[in-house]
Design a protein around this ligand. Structure first.
Ligand code: GRF
Length: 197
């Protein structure tokens, strides 16, 4: 399966996907990594692996993902032959026309047990709410913020002495196992659908 990755930050989840591919537990290839942040470390990680990278030009908007930029992103992903788009720490809301270009073919990883704590810094939200456990969720992307159908989710305990940093670190260990597993599951579903056609 040919993957395209969109990320805005460090890219540790993309690294976990690459590690699973290297280990032979995920039958996939990352064809293209795009970021809205030209300085994001995810781009550096991809370049070091010889993966094609690109910067999404959002026209100076801080959080908006303008329609034109979404169309350009879709075109670039299509040109690279991408079959499944994985959001990995991508901080802008994906909408049409990008959603339309990849129906049920865009997935996201979120650091909470959705539908609890959508949006930014979900681990800080969980700490503030005083919950006993939080976790991480991989889901299909729809028009909403972290609202699409859930593929897989798993819990981690919140400890009495947790800080936002320690809780996020514990969630990330889980993310790095769960995201490649979820991609493999989506891949298997896609292959089944193809076979049935
Ligand atoms: C992860 O915690 C992910 O759940 C969230 O953003 C973070 C990205 O981390 N959506 P990284 O860039 O993969 O290290």
């Amino acid at each position: 399966m040919v993957l395209g990755i969109l990320g805005s930050g460090s890219g540790s989840n993309m690294q976990a996907i690459l590690d699973a591919i290297d280990a032979g537990t995920l039958d996939a290839r990352i064809a293209l990594v795009l970021s809205d942040n030209p300085d994001a470390f995810i781009l550096e990680r991809a370049r070091q692996r010889g993966i094609e990278t690109g910067v999404i030009d959002c026209g100076g908007f801080k959080t908006k993902f303008p329609e034109q930029a979404q169309a350009a992103t879709a075109a670039r992903l299509k040109a690279a032959g991408v079959e499944l788009v994985c959001l990995a720490g991508f901080l802008r809301l994906v909408k049409c026309p990008l959603l339309d270009a990849f129906p049920r073919r865009i997935i996201n990883i979120h650091p909470a047990l959705l539908p609890a704590f959508p949006g930014l810094e979900a681990w800080t939200q969980a700490l503030a709410a005083g919950v006993a456990e939080t976790g991480c969720t991989v889901h299909f992307v729809d028009e909403g913020m972290d609202t699409g159908p859930i593929i897989v989710q798993e819990a981690v305990p919140v400890l009495a002495d947790d800080t936002p940093a320690t809780l996020h670190a514990r969630i990330q260990v889980l993310e790095h196992r769960l995201y490649p597993e979820a991609i493999a599951r989506v891949n298997a579903e896609m292959l089944k659908t193809e076979t049935l056609k």
